[in-house]
Ligand binder design. Structure first.
Ligand SMILES: C[S@@+](CC[C@H](N)C(=O)[O-])C[C@H]1O[C@@H](n2cnc3c(N)ncnc32)[C@H](O)[C@@H]1O
Length: 777
């Protein structure tokens, strides 16, 4: 085996034949002879090279290895910088990086033959970039861009405008140092710029084939003016890095006046952010316009936003110009422009779903998580694409994984539906989807002012598929605002208005504005209420019971959506946790649920009160107004005498369905109860058909306190109350029940208040009122 390795290393060109010969042999002298023969064969079959050839091959191999190493390091740095999935990366990356790698390799002293010095190539590159509005100081990472926005300080998303095939922003961190190197070289007295450039040009001519057009471009574009403006620009970058924005601004301005588009862009940023100069959005726009005319892609995007949002009287021409600028910026890879166009084409005024999807996809593939979310929603609703729930959920997952909170929220909502498969979850989201409550009012409009955009941007997105189908971007692009909001705004495009396809089943539809603790109103409230705190505490402790009752009353009667939310979870909890067919277990499960969740059920305390009454009365006919989830119905049913019947009324049909299911789960049959899914008033007028000749011996009112009196009067009017009938009113202590109490006390011969406990009022009816007595009232 050792022999074999020796052969292989000695005769690399005969590797296959050696392997073949050794593998077919099996030790002994014969083997050695055969190996010798084979070696001789290989040796004799080798072409004969001179020593010079060998050195040449060696150099070539080293060069190749260097290139491979460089390519590898470039790609690994790119992948570090770019967190987006591989398929999202730009197709031209290889080409651009290849170009960069080549320049870098050539610029290294140790790669080139002795005597060929291209140490100034970095400078040449800088000049080349500058002379053409190109890129001098490269990006650290595309994500870093938004940290400072001053091009060259943190990163740069722009492509070079010479027609060169590279964009430094994609080439990773190595470029970040090029500016520093350049600045170091500026200080070197040994190598004056002109000499360096001339030397570099000579070197390039020597080492590179004239077929490398980029090098010719570098040489051709050099001029002292370019050199000056590049120097000012880089000084500006240095100043900005060290936080001296005033000096940075002066440098950028000096460079911008020479027509350098990157400097013009940075002057625009300084004006926009008020860095080193007084904030002036119009001046910022002016410089963005200049830079965009020079082909600067980010400037195109920003100038377009200015045209769309900051001009009071906007012409159709402005809009057209803005859209084409955005298209240009999007085509050169500016992610914000892609995202913006995706959102823009979803707006009513510009609606083109195909285009919206096209740009959203572009932005999503560039790693924009919000666009990924929007694209998912296009798939969910089939806007501009074939509807596909699975793809929608995939995209939500991608957006969520990229940190998009809205997508994370959507997924958590979908998961909480209890469905396992993503398709189910997506379907669920479709079914319960949009109720356009605020989207139309706040959607991005072409003529919307800066302030309106700002207010929209600060509003929280509503829970997906619960309340709105119009998607308000978490942060709309704010062309001229403070640095922090801008940096977020840069990441997003705008709002996306998707069509309302299905009615909302859930009834949560209120958009509450979000307040942070530092909100001026909250601060004011705290300041005002602080001295009142002891008074508030004393009052609350004195009226704790009443406050609790009021709170419950609000929950039960004034916020019907609360009960809607509660019904779903109550039903699923009771249904899954109780022992079916056992009423006691059903009641226990209800109570268990109510310990940790808001509940509208009567509860154990009042329940026991009710139990006693039912046992005492042993009614044949019982009427319950307000079934809700069926808690009190089950309580009553389990204690009814044989042949006893319950008529229970619930005006919400969905709630009535739920209650019916629970009552059946508890083991009761339709022969024992009837659930009337209608308002109490309507039920009472039709009650005679259910009762036949019978009369009510027990009535429980637990629906709407404000209706207790009118419903009692209706029962009296219809003559449905049996002599000795017991009436129970829940929450009769509340102000809404005052008229009922007055009515009762005005008829001492008809009613007796038996007892009042835990908010329940027990009333005995001795002599039911009839038509004539009603008329007298
Ligand atoms: C407090 S909950 C009833 C709780 C129920 N008794 C229990 O213990 O589970 C009140 C219910 O009455 C229903 N309701 C309110 N007004 C009504 C009306 N006019 N007619 C019928 N049902 C009504 C509500 O939808 C709600 O489900």
């Amino acid at each position: 085996m050792d022999d074999m390795i020796m052969h292989i290393s000695k005769f690399p060109y005969c590797k296959s034949s050696v392997i073949f010969s050794t593998s077919s042999q099996s030790g002994g002298n014969g083997d050695k002879q055969k190996r010798k023969r084979t070696s001789q064969f290989c040796y004799t079959s080798l072409p004969r090279y001179t020593a010079l050839d060998a050195v040449g091959w060696g150099v070539a191999a080293m060069l190749l290895m260097q290139i491979c190493r460089r390519i590898h390091s470039q790609f690994s740095s790119v992948s570090e910088v770019n967190q987006a999935p591989r398929r999202y990366r730009e197709s031209g990356l290889l080409q651009r990086c290849g170009y960069r790698v080549m320049l870098e390799i050539l610029s290294r002293r140790d790669v080139l033959p002795r005597g060929v010095n291209v140490g100034c190539l970095g400078t040449v590159q800088a000049i080349q970039g500058s002379s053409s509005g190109g890129n001098v100081c490269h990006a650290k990472s595309t994500e870093d861009y938004t940290n400072s926005h001053i091009e060259g300080v943190s990163s740069n998303r722009d492509s070079v405008h010479l027609g060169e095939p590279h964009s430094s922003s994609d080439c990773g961190p190595s470029g970040a140092s090029s500016c520093q190197n350049k600045n170091k070289k500026d200080k070197e007295p040994l190598c004056p710029e002109n000499e360096k450039l001339t030397g570099a040009a000579d070197d390039l001519r020597q080492i590179a084939d004239s077929s490398i057009p980029i090098i010719l471009n570098i040489i051709g574009n050099y001029s002292p003016k370019n050199s000056r403006m590049t120097r000012s620009y880089c000084r500006g970058i240095q100043n900005a890095k060290s936080g001296d924005y005033q000096a940075a601004f002066s440098c950028f301005l000096a460079s911008a006046q020479h027509g350098y588009s990157k400097a013009q862009f940075n002057v625009g940023v300084c004006y926009e952010k008020g860095r080193g100069v007084k904030r002036d959005k119009d001046k910022a726009a002016e410089f963005y316009q200049q830079a965009s005319a020079g082909g600067h892609s980010q400037a195109k995007y920003r100038y377009a936003k200015y045209l769309l949002h900051s001009i009071d009287t906007q012409s159709a021409e402005d809009t057209h110009t803005a859209v084409s600028l955005l298209e240009g910026a999007a085509a050169s890879g500016v992610r914000e422009a892609q995202a913006y166009l995706g959102a823009l084409f979803s707006q009513k005024s510009q609606r083109d779903w195909q285009k919206a999807v096209y740009y959203l996809r572009m932005a999503a593939e560039n790693g924009d998580s919000l666009s990924c979310l929007y694209l998912g929603q296009c798939y969910e609703w089939g806007s501009g694409v074939q509807q596909c729930f699975r793809t929608a959920v995939d995209l939500y997952q991608q957006a969520a994984a990229a940190g998009n909170q809205q997508a994370q929220h959507i997924l958590s909502v979908l998961c909480s539906t209890g469905r396992t498969g993503p398709e189910d979850a997506a379907l669920r989201s479709i079914r319960s989807a949009p109720c356009f409550s605020v989207g139309d009012a706040r959607q991005l409009r072409f003529r919307s002012t800066c302030s309106s955009l700002k207010s929209a941007s600060t509003s929280q997105p509503l829970p997906h598929s619960w309340s709105t189908g119009s998607f308000l971007a978490q942060s709309l692009p704010l062309p001229f605002s403070d640095a922090s909001s801008l940096s977020e705004g840069e990441q997003t495009g705008g709002s996306l208005q998707l069509p309302n396809t299905t009615p909302c089943r859930w009834t949560i539809g209120v958009a509450f504005p979000s307040f942070s603790l530092s909100h001026p109103f909250i601060m004011w409230l705290l300041a005002v209420s602080l001295p009142l705190l002891p008074v508030i505490i004393v009052t609350m402790s004195r009226y704790w019971g009443e406050l609790g009752a009021l709170y419950k009353h609000l929950l039960r009667d004034m916020l019907p959506w609360r009960s809607a939310v509660c019904i779903r979870s109550t039903h699923s909890f009771v249904f899954t946790n109780c022992t079916h067919g056992r009423p006691e277990s059903v009641l226990e499960t209800f109570d268990l649920y109510a310990r940790t969740h808001p509940s509208l059920s009567l509860g154990p305390q009042r329940g026991e009160f009710l139990d006693k009454v039912v046992q005492q009365v042993a009614p044949v006919w019982t009427l319950e107004l307000g079934t809700h989830c069926g808690y009190s119905s089950v309580r009553i049913l389990r204690l009814l005498p044989p042949g006893g019947q319950l008529l229970t009324v619930e005006h919400n049909p969905a709630t009535a369905d739920t209650a019916e299911e629970i009552i059946l789960v508890a083991g009761f049959k339709h022969s024992q109860f009837q659930l009337l899914p209608c308002p109490s008033e309507e039920a009472i007028t039709h009650l005679r058909t259910h009762l036949g000749e019978g009369l009510l011996q027990l009535v429980l009112m637990d629906h709407n306190v404000g209706l207790y009196l009118s419903d009692l009067q209706a029962l009296e009017f219809e003559g449905l109350l049996a002599p000795g009938c017991v009436l129970l009113f829940n929450n009769a202590h509340l102000p809404a029940a005052h008229s009922l109490l007055r009515h009762i006390s005005s008829r001492p011969g008809h009613y007796t208040i038996q007892r009042q406990a835990h908010g329940l009022l027990e009333l005995h009816c001795h002599q039911p009122a009839n038509h004539s007595s009603q008329d007298q009232d």
